[in-house]
Design a protein around this ligand. Structure first.
Ligand code: NAP
Length: 288
């Protein structure tokens, strides 16, 4: 694409100084450099108003060389996040959060799919895990992970159950799963009793733990983790307890699983958006 004079471009808006967001954005910008995507980081102060941020988004909507716009969440409380996400041109919405892209996904039309959920499907496909006809259970119903994962699995012909904090007998429902996706935000909540032997487990959770008792519950006897925990005072853990490795047929690690995959899908979405918008949209639509 670059040789044809079409270098995809991604703009990332990082408001204020949230340490976790800064780490995520650094990873995204670095990946852009690695794959040859032009990237631009905008860092307005955390005192910015909704109107000022809207102006920034609209300027990016107008710029021809920008194919993807990513507004790093969370935004400061005075900013109306829904209004900002709605203002992103759906053709540049590489996070796939705009209601128009949500609608495209649910009606199986070509569009931009949220990165983490798209990554979950990608890893299943590339690992040759059958999806059609399988029982899939998704724990979590957020707009950014749980719901779009469930929609993608439905579109891929799995039989999907969505669980949340009001689900009765969660372990029992999860044990039905051939494919279990955990997107909860609770360190190591999914233990062996939630998992059918041989099931595929996708751990979307990313939780930083600092508590010694919590560490021991999850990693007692793990010398490598112990060393890292002592040195840093924290460690990253998914929503799935490490004991699940003993029963799962396949499982994604944390760190190193869905996290890097999410960034890879952001790169893929930026290229897709560049193709859609700058000329190949008709061809894409015809071949979809
Ligand atoms: P979220 O918006 O907080 O949603 C969490 C979901 O889990 C909710 O639907 C909630 O149910 C459900 N839940 C909470 N406690 C539960 C319980 N005890 N039993 C059953 N369900 C429960 O979180 P999210 O944004 O979807 O993120 C989920 C996790 O994925 C987090 O750890 C996040 O850091 C991680 N994440 C990772 C990536 C990545 O790149 N790897 C990307 C995004 C998110 P209710 O709806 O009933 O409250």
């Amino acid at each position: 694409m670059a040789a044809a004079g079409l270098r995809p471009g991604l703009a990332v808006i990082l408001v204020g100084h949230n340490p976790a967001s800064e780490v995520y954005v650094r990873g995204k910008v670095k990946s852009c450099e690695e794959v040859g995507i032009f990237s631009e980081k905008l860092t307005p102060p955390d005192t910015i108003s909704t109107e000022e941020l809207l102006d920034i988004v609209q300027e990016l909507n107008r710029r021809e060389e920008i194919d993807g716009i990513l507004v790093q969440l969370p935004l400061p409380p005075q900013v109306d996040a829904k209004k900002i996400l709605m203002a992103v041109d759906p053709a540049k919405d590489v996070d796939g959060f705009h209601p128009m892209n949500v609608g495209f996904l649910s009606t199986q039309r070509p569009g931009l799919v949220p990165c983490t959920p798209a990554g979950v499907l990608e890893i299943l496909k590339r690992s040759n895990i059958p999806i059609a006809g399988q029982e899939a259970v998704v724990v979590g119903r957020s707009d950014i992970v749980g719901k779009p994962v469930a929609m993608l699995l439905t579109n891929a012909n799995a039989t999907v159950t969505i669980c949340h904090s009001k689900t009765r007998d969660l372990p029992g429902v999860c044990r039905r799963a051939d494919i279990l996706v955990a997107a909860i935000g609770r360190a190591g909540m999914i233990t062996k009793e939630f998992v059918k032997p041989g099931a595929t487990v996708i751990d979307v959770g990313m939780n930083s733990i600092t508590d010694r008792a919590e560490f021991d519950r999850l990693f007692a006897g793990n010398a490598k983790r112990e060393e890292a925990f002592r040195a840093k005072g924290s460690t990253l853990v998914g929503d799935v307890h490490p004991e699940v490795y003993e029963v799962a047929g396949a499982i994604t690690p944390v760190p190193g699983g869905v996290g890097p995959l999410t960034i890879a899908m952001l790169m893929a979405n930026t290229v897709k958006a560049a193709r859609f918008r700058r000329g190949n949209r008709a061809r894409e639509l015809a071949s979809a």
